[in-house]
Each structure stands twice: as C-alpha cells, then as structure tokens.
Design a protein around this ligand. Structure first.
Ligand SMILES: NC(=O)C1=CN([C@@H]2O[C@H](COP(=O)(O)OP(=O)(O)OC[C@H]3O[C@@H](n4cnc5c(N)ncnc54)[C@H](OP(=O)(O)O)[C@@H]3O)[C@@H](O)[C@H]2O)C=CC1
Ligand SMILES: O=C(O)C1=N[C@H](C(=O)O)C[C@H](O)C1
Length: 238
C-alpha cells in the first residue's frame, strides 16, 4: 500500500524501515519544513498517513489530512483536548482516524492486565495505587499518553480513585503519576499497589521503538479501506 509519513523524527524513521520491509511504498514524507506538501498529488495518493509529530502540531496535521481525504493513523500524544473535534470529523464528516496512545502489542496486553488487576484491587482498600513512567529526555509531554490510558483503566475500575494527578496525591481519591525523564529510555510504565504488608507491581519496559513502529504499520494495514474512528480494540482480538 501507499503510505505517507507525517513527522520524520525517531518514530518516522523507524516506521519507514518497517513499512518498506513489509512491502509498502512511502509516497510522501512531511516534516516541519514542507507543510505545503499536504496538497501534493503524491500525498493525496496515500492510502493512509501515519502521523508521529509533536503535541502542538498534531491537530493541524489531522485537519490537513481530512481536507485531502487521506485516512490517518495517529501516534502523537499530548493533543487529546481536540479529541471531540476528531471524533466529529469521523462521525459527521466521513473521515477515517485510528488512534492509540501506544501501538506496541506488549503495551496493549499490559492495558488488559492493568484493568484486570484494578478490578481485583477494587475489593482491597488497604492497598493504595500509584504510577511511575520513565522516558527519554527529549519527550515533550507528561504524563505520557500511555500513562493516561493506564490511569483511565485504573480509575474506571477502582471506585476509590476519581482522577489522576501529576506527581502528588492531593486527595486519597487521586491517582498520582510520577514522571521521570532520563537518558534515552524508550518507555517504562509501572503500576504500583502498596499496603502496610506488601507491594504488588506490574511493569512494561520497551526495549526499543520497534514494537511501537511495527504496531503503527499493522494499524495502517488494518485502516486501509475502512471508515470512522478506530482503535486497538477494533484491531486486536483480546
Ligand atoms: N503511540 C505510540 O505508540 C507512540 C507515540 N509516540 C509519540 O509520537 C510523537 C513523536 O515521537 P518521536 O518520533 O519520538 O519524536 P521526534 O521529536 O523524534 O519526531 C517528531 C518529528 O516531528 C517533526 N515536526 C515538528 N513539527 C511538525 C509539523 N508541524 N509537521 C510535521 N512534523 C513536524 C519534528 O521536526 P523537528 O525536530 O525539526 O521539530 C520531528 O522530526 C510524540 O508525541 C510521542 O509521544 C512515540 C512513540 C510511540
Ligand atoms: O514519546 C515517546 O517516546 C513515547 N510516547 C508514547 C506515550 O506518550 O505514551 C508511547 C511510548 O511510551 C513512547
């Protein structure tokens, strides 16, 4: 299939390698320097655009993909305040948009495990819960998109937790997320339950960006020819 890449940084380069190895053609690469290419015949020939740019630029890029009628697989994090607009473009404007805060298979298995553990822990109020995420020093957003999805999974299932909070637990009903930026760490997420007696924790540690990139290309293959708002739950058979 024909793929356009929007954002040609760490993820854009990794996705390019995997897409080519799976027999796809990269027909257009748009980075910060060539925004006019959204109007080019090459961009419009893409079956899907895979977007990994920056929190501030993502929504404008999605609007330009919609204007060009090119389906989007979106990986950028930190833009979720615009989610209603994107969902409306799909439900009322006939657009196609796939979003995952994390495209790796391992993290999506971890999301299921997180919800399962939270459902159990709902019955054991002696345990408090907190989260830690560690990423490389270049990351622009905090908490990570993955940490937000994990926090939502905890809050949906543990009635004593109502909202997440950065760093501190201001109230007992807050889920504290501690964000660390360190070296070139690809991404570590840990959910920690602690009582007076013991600690139970579950952790996902990405060894590289390969899992994220492979998941994004597989999501692009899944998205081709589909309509509407899509996510990993539509694609994975859990
Ligand atoms: N969902 C997932 O599975 C994953 C999501 N991510 C997310 O993806 C995003 C990108 O990550 P990563 O590749 O590591 O970041 P990088 O900073 O390495 O790459 C981002 C690229 O986007 C470019 N860019 C800046 N402005 C624009 C614009 N207006 N249009 C197009 N491109 C632009 C940057 O150019 P310049 O450097 O010149 O500014 C840079 O080349 C982040 O939000 C990250 O959190 C990352 C990994 C996995
Ligand atoms: O910026 C990153 O690198 C990553 N971002 C995503 C996020 O914010 O969750 C996914 C992964 O953790 C790597």
């Amino acid at each position: 299939m024909n793929i356009a890449l929007i954002g040609y940084g760490k993820m854009g380069h990794e996705i390019e390698k995997i897409a080519i190895s799976r027999g796809h053609s990269i027909v257009s690469i748009i980075d910060v320097n060539n925004p006019d290419d959204f109007g080019s015949p090459a961009f419009k020939s893409a079956d899907v655009a895979i977007e990994f740019s920056t929190p501030d630029s993502a929504i404008d890029n999605y609007r330009k993909c919609f204007a060009a009628q090119v389906p989007v697989v979106a990986g950028t994090t930190g833009w979720l305040e615009h989610m209603d607009e994107v969902k409306k473009a799909c439900s009322e404007g006939g657009q196609t948009f796939f979003y995952a805060s994390n495209y790796s298979l391992g993290v999506n298995i971890f999301f299921v495990l997180n919800k399962y553990l939270a459902r159990i822990m709902n019955n054991y109020p002696d345990y408090d819960v907190k989260m830690e995420e560690i990423h490389h020093i270049h990351k622009l957003d905090a908490p990570s998109g993955t940490a937000i999805t994990l926090a939502e999974g905890v809050i949906e299932n543990i009635s004593r937790k109502e909202r997440w909070n950065l760093e501190v637990e201001e109230k007992q009903s807050d889920l504290a997320i501690h964000c660390i930026r360190e070296g070139e760490v690809p991404g570590i997420h840990e959910i920690i339950y602690e009582s007076e007696a013991d600690i139970i924790s579950i952790k996902h540690d990405a060894k590289s960006r390969k899992g994220f990139a492979l998941g994004a290309v597989v999501a692009a293959e899944f998205t081709k020819g589909k309509k509407g708002f899509l996510g990993m739950n539509d694609m994975l058979k859990f």
